[in-house]
Design a protein around this ligand. Structure first.
Ligand code: SF4
Ligand code: SF4
Length: 374
């Protein structure tokens, strides 16, 4: 693993913006706080803002316009947004999203434009709906400056996509955090290696694993505290991907001014991880992995047998996140994104349990997941 000389810069993710109750009793984005956070972020020298067609039901793109486009010179910041094929029913609907994003943000052009969430069953939709052609044409017209995609699949899938598309993209956005570096499902390390083998710069998402890595169990926190008690858990989580060669940006979805300040402090003032610090991170990862709460090895044998096509290893992973980090939000998010509504569809045929080399009581785990997450 090659390390950078300086940390990669921080990007401001507009995915979990602060909210407050509006006059109609509904939660709305707290625009004044967002504006103040954006100003503070830029005053610290950072300029990259990341949103998506879907974030906050489309209101995140509007918040970008209000915080940046209407208040700062356009060339003083960069906007990234994303096109979700999976949120459209037809090609026409999907293609219209580009114009909607331009209108909501008022950006005039996108510095970075991403096809949103490739990997898994949804990848083909981007071709079926003509979104690659659309995005390439928009870049040709100058409405997109840098084109890429965000990715949530396996390293093998990424290799297949890049075998066909590496020449079309300027960057890729990957889930990278130290806890999932060797995880069989997220495959951070393997995806990083695939992207680097094509020489593509990487934008990192989920460096703090949705917030889980700032509340570690004691056994995982200990090696980090021993290595340097002055570093916060956020610092360890952010500095790991920001230290990797080829990483051009590390995104953090910041919800409060306090989080923003801590992230700015870390990313503006710290150095990349030293070899000794990397060792401490390895120990923390090993300690997390040793907490075998749901000892699924992600071998995938159960997937071959399930007549309901339930993503069993992902559901096991969600239960694992809940047990290790006591983080219901993250566990539910993992389930909701990757296996939404699947646990209750189990017909209890038992085919998976007879194939599982770990002899896991899968049916019982799925019943529990259904109660917790659905
Ligand atoms: S018991 Fe449930 S999860 Fe297992 S194979 Fe049958 S339907 Fe699928
Ligand atoms: S067969 Fe068992 S160990 Fe393998 S992925 Fe399925 S639940 Fe996990």
């Amino acid at each position: 693993m090659q390390l950078r000389d300086r940390l990669a810069p921080l990007g401001f993710g507009f995915m979990r913006l602060p909210e407050q109750e509006g006059p109609d009793g509904q939660l709305a984005i707290d625009q004044d706080t967002v504006n103040a956070m954006a100003d503070e972020f830029m005053a610290a020298g950072f300029t990259y803002f990341d949103t998506a067609w879907t974030y906050h039901g489309g209101r995140s793109e509007v918040a970008i316009r209000r915080a940046l486009v209407e208040r700062h010179p356009r060339e003083s910041f960069q906007i990234a947004t994303k096109l979700p094929a999976w949120a459209a029913r037809t090609a026409e609907e999907a293609q219209a999203m580009f114009g909607t994003s331009l209108e909501r943000t008022g950006a005039g052009y996108f510095d970075y434009y991403l096809l949103h969430q490739l990997g898994g069953d949804g990848t083909a939709l981007f071709d079926d709906f003509g979104l690659w052609d659309l995005a390439l044409a928009k870049r040709e017209e100058g409405l997109v400056r840098q084109l890429g995609f965000s990715f949530h699949g396996t390293a093998d899938e990424l290799a297949d996509i890049l075998a066909a598309r590496a020449a079309d993209v300027d960057f890729v956005q990957l889930q990278i955090n130290y806890a999932d570096w060797d995880n069989d499902i997220i495959q951070s390390r393997r995806c990083y290696d695939v992207a680097r083998s094509h020489g593509l710069p990487i934008i990192v998402m989920e460096p703090v694993k949705g917030g889980s890595l700032v509340k570690l169990p004691a056994v995982a926190e200990q090696p980090l505290r021993d290595a340097d008690p002055s570093q916060s858990l956020a610092s360890w989580a952010l500095r790991f991907p920001a230290s990797l060669d080829g990483v051009m940006m590390v995104l953090s979805g910041m919800s409060t001014p306090g989080q923003l300040r801590e992230n700015i402090r870390v990313m503006a003032e710290s150095a990349p991880l030293s070899p000794a610090e990397l060792q401490a991170v390895d120990q923390a990862r090993a300690a997390l992995a040793a907490l075998e709460t749901v000892p699924c090895t992600h071998c995938g044998y159960c997937l071959e047998t399930c007549p309901q096509h339930i993503h069993i290893p992902i559901i096991m992973d969600s239960l694992d996140i809940l047990a290790k980090f006591d983080d219901m939000h993250r566990a539910q998010e993992n389930y909701g994104w990757n296996a939404p509504g699947e646990a209750p569809t189990c017909i209890q045929c038992g085919a998976c349990e007879s194939r599982c080399p770990q002899h896991l009581p899968i049916i019982r785990h799925l019943e529990r997941a259904a109660q917790l997450f659905d």
